[in-house]
Design a protein around this ligand. Structure first.
Ligand code: ATP
Length: 136
């Protein structure tokens, strides 16, 4: 029988996902990482991006995260993220509006604009749109 992994996604608001999966791909600070059963123990910093996972016996799913930390041990993958949303819970119009707002700030960087903050907001919005499969 194929070995399984338990994927847990935890935000300050609580656990948003606890599911048995056969595969999970995550955006670490060092690039994308794919986790299958029996992966070596790992702790890594996460980047803003999309988590892709395949629930056992179901189609691939996606979630957006805004960074955080990853722990892999004993076929359990724990994602601790400041914010995270499963694709079904993402408000696409809100993400599009946040993306436009950030773009405008980056196009017209006046003195009171925090460019790093605007860039992070743009990547969060882009990840939410990508988790919804609306942009590549
Ligand atoms: P916005 O400017 O739209 O608030 P943001 O990137 O600044 O976007 P965050 O600070 O990352 O928002 O998130 C604040 C809260 O709102 C978190 O709980 C997050 O999960 C939720 N959230 C943010 N954007 C969306 C979205 N498009 N759909 C669903 N939930 C969202």
């Amino acid at each position: 029988m194929q070995k399984e992994i338990t994927l847990e996604m935890i935000t300050p608001r609580g656990t948003i996902l606890q599911q048995t999966v056969s595969y999970v791909q995550l955006p670490t600070k060092l690039g994308l990482i794919g986790i299958l059963a029996d992966h070596a123990p790992l702790i890594s910093a996460l980047d803003i991006g999309v988590v892709t996972y395949r629930p056992v016996g179901a189609a691939e799913k996606k979630a957006a995260i805004s960074g955080g930390f990853l722990e892999v041990r004993d076929n359990k993958v724990v994602v601790l993220a400041p914010t995270a949303e499963l694709a079904d819970h993402i408000d696409l119009e809100r993400a599009k509006a946040a993306y436009e707002r950030a773009q405008q700030r980056l196009k017209n960087p006046t003195q009171d604009i925090d460019v790093d903050r605007a860039r992070a907001a743009m990547f969060r919005a882009l990840s939410r749109m990508r988790a919804k499969n609306t942009v590549r």
